[in-house]
Write a protein that binds this ligand. Structure first.
Ligand SMILES: *Cc1c(COP(=O)(O)O)cnc(C)c1O
Length: 393
């Protein structure tokens, strides 16, 4: 368990819990109880039951025959796009809402950028009948109208963040302010492997169902548990953490983390944190983040809303640091072409985030007998307008 988080919440030099003192009791309560609660038989039973009957797990591990022929290797797609709500994010929000219930919390808060995590949170709050408040930057509310409508239909209140750049980081600040003001009855559902310890570890464990399933499915399909490569896109890093988790300690499984290069790494419009980031503190965690010389967070850019995040979770910062994972940066254009290619070769319209992972296939050569698993984190329905504008359909 070499890559596990330490007791204090560190992965190498990254992680920890750098939070205002007033949040300490909340975070400390969670830190003391999360593993014990997650390991309780009744928790696991309820979690697994919902994953099966509500989310639709296990998701298929699909052998992509025509794509494999194209790249002259064996490519499997882990179909997280087939989860209820269309992406992997629901695995985590189900886990966290069960955690909130076990801790006796009655009120759920979250922040969202593009709205995907807000929708996944509003979904599980409706499922459990809990009050849900989602903070969202005023500009993002304008840009992401369909997701705002979804959250409202699901019964959530969407509160605009009107300070600063009126985007994700401002929504995060508002959510943290709310949490400070409501320390006893409120649970903060974080949407990726980011935030103060124990969030990154808790989210990675909830998402680890992805790699657990890959192992047992490969055993059926290939008579071996371990692929040669696992490829996943990284915004904050939760789908990648879930797809890598069970393979972290097996160095024979090569891990490829794919970031968004936007218009190009040197263009000033990018989200390639592993290349451009420096050590700093974001969202209560010490990690790599894109910042100005005086430490102000820079606005990231990617054509894909879900990869448009100025940091990466501390686990990924560590995997990059010790070179356990290879990091690849994919431009908007490369991702859009790879997305369209999947449509035409396999009849699957991927999320543009996932299209970044697919584009990594063009960056190296694989052997014909290599088993390459790509985590298809989400479906492309939400991105239809972006596809239409880009390709002119
Ligand atoms: C949110 C999202 C991502 C990025 O988030 P991670 O925490 O890095 O997984 C990737 N793909 C899809 C489809 C998403 O909705």
């Amino acid at each position: 368990m070499k890559y596990n988080v330490t007791e204090k919440g560190f992965y190498g030099q990254f992680g920890g819990a750098f939070i205002p003192e007033m949040l300490y009791p909340n975070v400390e309560e969670l830190r003391q109880k999360y593993l014990q609660i997650m390991n309780e038989a009744s928790f696991q039973e309820e979690f697994q039951n919902l994953l099966e009957h509500y989310v639709g797990r296990p998701t298929p591990l699909y052998f992509a025959k025509r794509l494999s022929e194209q790249y002259n290797t064996k490519i499997y797609l882990k179909r997280e796009d087939l989860c209820h709500t269309g992406a992997h994010k629901i695995n985590n929000t189900i886990g966290q809402i069960l955690m909130a219930k076990r801790l006796g919390k009655k009120r759920i808060i979250a922040e969202t950028g593009a709205g995907q995590h807000g929708v996944a949170t509003a979904t599980v709050c409706a499922l459990m009948g809990l009050e849900c408040i989602v903070y969202m930057g005023e500009i993002d509310i304008e840009r992401q109208a369909p997701n705002v409508a979804r959250m409202k239909m699901l019964g959530a209140e969407v509160r605009p963040a009107t300070s600063g750049s009126k985007t994700l980081k401002d929504a995060t600040n508002e959510a943290i302010r709310d949490w400070i003001n409501n320390p006893t009855d409120t649970f903060y559902i974080i949407g990726s492997v980011v935030g103060p310890h124990p969030y990154p570890d808790m989210v990675a464990r909830f998402q680890s169902i992805i790699s657990k399933e890959i192992k047992s499915q490969l055993l059926d399909l290939e008579n071996k548990e371990n692929p040669d490569y696992v490829i996943a896109c990284v915004g904050g890093g939760s789908n990648a953490a879930g797809a890598f988790f069970e393979f972290l300690d097996n160095e024979n499984v090569k891990l490829i983390a794919v970031e968004a290069a936007g218009h190009g790494i040197d263009s000033g419009e990018s989200a390639a944190t592993s290349v451009l980031g420096k050590i700093g503190i974001i969202h209560g965690s010490k990690t790599l983040l894109m910042q100005t010389e005086d430490g102000q967070i820079t606005e990231p850019y990617s054509i894909s809303a879900g990869l448009d995040y100025p940091g990466v979770g501390p686990l990924h910062a560590h995997l990059h640091d010790v070179k356990r994972a290879d990091f690849e940066a994919i431009t908007d254009d490369e991702a859009m072409q790879a997305g369209l290619n999947l449509c035409k070769t396999e009849g699957i319209i991927p999320a543009i985030e996932s299209a970044h992972a697919l584009a990594a296939l063009t960056k190296r050569t694989f052997k014909p007998n290599n088993i390459v698993v790509i985590n298809l984190s989400g479906r492309g329905d939400k991105d239809l307008n972006t596809y239409i504008n880009y390709f002119g359909y």
